[in-house]
Design a protein around this ligand. Structure first.
Ligand code: ADP
Length: 177
């Protein structure tokens, strides 16, 4: 019997680079050249080989993702997801959902059983955090309903406020005990 979705979702507060899962996602820019925020942390922790590997796969338009090795990270893979620079909720909603879905699809293709997501686009890219949280959770649930891999998805929040909003939403949906 399929594993219930509530056993396939975790919530974590802290630095995504500390997580020992098959793939961590970073919120990248379209040039995949590294940057600030979570991308800076991923590149610092992975070492300088990561930027060479990621830039070789550029450009990556918003809504898409690329996969590289994890180099010095505990994670086997880094998935470089490009979210939208926020302008308008109606168009940017779909682009943000696509960034999550593309990442999940790459994880599945590469047999990554576990994946951790940061709150894509909610830092420098300015996406309203409540809507971003809903879109992230809805997209992941939709994926898990129809796919066996990845088996485990961690929402990694760096800010206590984000952790609070994910906890509330996941609890409302009965997905967090
Ligand atoms: P974007 O440009 O897509 O907005 P940012 O890196 O600026 O990307 O922010 C995305 C999210 O990543 C924010 O919620 C921020 O709090 C979070 N973040 C920053 N550093 C880390 C980290 N080391 N681990 C996990 N999340 C992080």
């Amino acid at each position: 019997m399929a594993t219930p979705i509530e056993s396939r979702i975790r919530l974590f507060l802290g630095d995504i680079t500390s997580l020992d899962c098959d793939a961590i996602v970073t919120a990248a820019n379209d040039a995949l050249c590294g940057g600030g925020g979570v991308d800076g942390a991923a590149h610092d922790a992975a070492g300088s080989e990561l930027v060479r590997a990621s830039m070789a796969l550029a450009p990556c338009p918003a809504g898409e993702a690329r996969i590289t090795g994890g180099f010095n990270l505990a994670a086997r893979f880094v998935i470089h997801a490009v979210g939208p620079i926020f302008r308008d909720i109606d168009t940017d909603r779909e682009t943000l959902a696509n960034a999550y879905a593309s990442s999940l699809s790459l994880a599945a293709e590469n047999n990554a059983a576990s994946i951790a997501f940061p709150c894509i686009s909610t830092g420098a890219f300015g996406f309203p955090p409540n809507s971003a949280c809903e879109i992230a959770i809805d997209t992941v649930i939709q994926w898990l309903r129809s796919n066996d891999q990845p088996n485990l998805v961690t929402f990694c929040c760096f800010e206590p406020d984000d952790h609070g909003r994910y906890k509330e939403r996941l609890t409302e949906l009965g997905l967090l005990s």
